[in-house]
Design a protein around this ligand. Structure first.
Ligand SMILES: [Zn+2]
Length: 342
């Protein structure tokens, strides 16, 4: 089968033929229809410091996908050939304290699909049935392909109660924009999002944010003033991984404010801890999705009318992966989709 492979320990990706994956007794074989390109895939393609540490070539990359089940192992009961499915990209150990307690998203020994084992940028992918999410209500295929990052957005956005709250989101990449849409849908009063890309801020306006602020031109404090806030933001969602974003967020929270951090910084950096202490701010790190409470929330949010269509801005057949990756790496648009059925 065709697969997009990190063939050698150097920058680049190779579209090549690999054997179809083996299907174990507890596994599901999925014919991949569409995939989403994630920042993780860009790191692996450019072969940066993180990728060199985390990936052993050769490896089929990719973890955001939708596909159709074509075969199930003999121990799989609830999933059938023909089901439309996406996959939870974190494969957990099932043995650690958190796994045994049902808190699988807190597993200490997670293996990443398309990072620690062969992934979904291929004509077929095999996954343990426990990692497969069956779409039981109609869902657009492009949206189904990005359920994994949509899950990051939902998990982050719903970390703290949002009804009637003033929410600040730093970083208007695809996940920031999806989180903004969720916050709006969930009943936040104001949702302010920041970025330095006018194109991305415009996408955020399309999902209904109250204010999309270019932090290259004005400060978060000025944005607060524009919104008429008197005491600061109640909830912060940090999506950029940038030191100045988290620092500014901390400086603009109300007393007792709550911050969920999904953006992954590339290195250590100082923040104003005395402000965190005296403003009594809660900070929570987010990695991945809750299995499968977040997935349930995603499906019902879409069923309830949440519109993510503006987030998808690039569509390419898989053979044109070079152009698709260049698009995704541009940092200006939304989500880029590869079509594997074309
Ligand atoms: Zn575990």
């Amino acid at each position: 089968m065709k697969a997009l492979v990190k063939q050698k320990a150097e920058p680049g990706l190779w579209l090549t033929d690999v054997p179809e994956p083996a299907v174990g007794a507890g596994d599901v074989l999925i014919k991949v229809l569409r995939t989403g390109i994630c920042g993780t895939d860009l790191h692996i393609r450019s072969w940066d410091g993180w990728a060199r540490q985390s990936v052993n070539a050769p490896l089929t990359i990719g973890h955001e996908f939708v596909g159709e089940v074509v075969e199930t192992g003999r121990d799989v009961a609830e999933i059938r050939a023909g089901d439309l499915v996406s996959g939870e990209g974190h494969l957990v150990c099932g043995k650690c304290r958190n796994c045994l307690a049902g808190r699988r998203h807190l597993c200490r020994a997670t293996v990443g699909l398309g990072v620690g084992r062969d992934g979904a940028f291929a004509e077929y992918v095999a996954l343990p049935a426990a990692n497969v999410w069956v779409h039981r209500v109609p869902v657009d295929l492009d949206i189904a392909a990005v359920f994994d990052p949509f899950g990051n957005a939902v998990h982050t956005a719903l970390s703290f109660p949002l009804v009637g709250e003033d929410v600040l989101i730093t970083g208007a990449g695809p996940i920031g924009i999806m989180a903004a849409a969720v916050a709006r849908h969930a009943g936040a009063r104001n949702v302010m999002i920041t970025d330095v890309s006018e194109q991305r801020l415009e996408l955020a306006r399309q999902v209904g944010v109250t204010l999309a602020l270019d932090v290259g031109r004005s400060s978060i404090a000025e944005g607060q003033h524009q919104l008429g806030l008197r005491e600061g933001f109640d909830v912060g969602l940090e999506m950029s991984g940038r030191p100045e974003a988290l620092r500014d967020m901390i400086g603009n929270m109300t007393h007792g404010g709550r911050i969920a951090v999904l953006g992954l910084p590339s290195q250590e950096f100082p923040v104003d801890w005395s402000r965190i202490v005296t403003s009594m701010i809660t900070i929570k790190g987010i990695y991945g999705r809750e299995m499968f409470e977040t997935w349930y929330a995603m499906s019902v949010l879409l069923e309830g009318g949440l519109d993510l269509a503006p987030v998808i801005t690039g569509r390419y057949p898989y053979q044109e992966f070079d152009a698709a990756f260049a698009d995704a790496a541009g940092g200006q648009g939304g989500k880029v989709i590869l079509d594997w059925a074309a």
